[in-house]
Design a protein around this ligand. Structure first.
Ligand code: GTP
Ligand code: PEP
Length: 211
């Protein structure tokens, strides 16, 4: 199976607000972009991934991510994360109608292509499936095979909603890099312990210099 990944990214100046105690207004957008670049680069290096579509209204991020090889789709006006994902899936399915799709967060700076590949393999038998985040409260990836609507319910404590919606939870061990989203300074430390990608490493060294 060749998957299309749909990755949502908030405008860089607005996202990652929970990193505020850790990184000021100058550095937070750089970190948000670095997370997205490392996430998208790892996804594009994953053999079962045929295409990456990023849904974003941020022109700078759009330029950098399309240079890596991602397709860019704008957010529908004034709609929020789940509507952005539905829009991304519609656009992706127009281009590859027979490809399975997976929505995945843009804040997975330690993402390993091999671990993503194992998750996508595990998702293959199920119409819809998801991976819980490291805290087991949220969701980092939600998949849908052709013929299944994605029905994304991301946001605070989304694991319970995805479970209740009938999506199968993928309970693989040793896919920590797919689960480790970064919302807080503590999450960033945990991602560093797993090993972050080069963009995050470079952006975070600015953080250390700035401190
Ligand atoms: N395109 C798009 N992406 C979004 C939107 N809201 C959140 N995202 C993305 O969805 C993913 C999960 O969001 P969060 O973890 O809540 O990230 P965030 O909103 O940047 O973080 P906080 O400001 O701390 O809530 C991240 O990749 C965000 O960039 C939105 O309205 N549009
Ligand atoms: C977007 C989500 O949560 P967070 O904002 O905690 O990453 C989610 O887990 O669905």
């Amino acid at each position: 199976m060749q998957w299309t990944l749909v990755i949502p990214l908030k405008p860089l100046g607005l996202g990652k607000s929970r990193l505020t105690p850790f990184a000021g207004d100058g550095l937070r957008p750089r970190l948000a972009l670095a997370f997205a670049l490392d996430t998208v680069a790892a996804a594009l290096n994953c053999p079962p991934v045929g295409e990456v579509t990023v849904v974003t209204d941020d022109p700078h991020a759009a330029a950098e991510l399309s240079r890596l090889g991602a397709r860019i789709v704008p957010d529908p006006p004034g709609s929020g994360l789940n509507a952005a994902l539905r829009q991304g899936v519609r656009a992706a399915r127009r281009i590859r109608p027979r490809a399975p799709v997976a929505a995945m967060n843009a804040d997975l700076p330690a993402l390993r292509p091999a671990e993503l590949g194992r998750v996508l393999k595990a998702a293959e038998p199920f119409g819809r499936a998801f991976v819980a985040d490291a805290a087991r409260r949220g969701t980092t990836l939600l998949s849908a095979l052709p013929g299944n609507s994605l029905r994304p319910a991301f946001g605070e404590a989304s694991r319970t909603r995805h479970l209740a919606s009938g999506a199968r939870e993928i309970l693989l061990s040793e896919v920590d890099s797919v689960r480790q989203d970064v919302d807080t300074g503590e999450d960033l430390r945990a991602a560093f312990a797993l090993g972050v990608g080069p963009h995050t490493l470079a952006a975070a060294s600015r953080l250390l210099i700035a401190e």
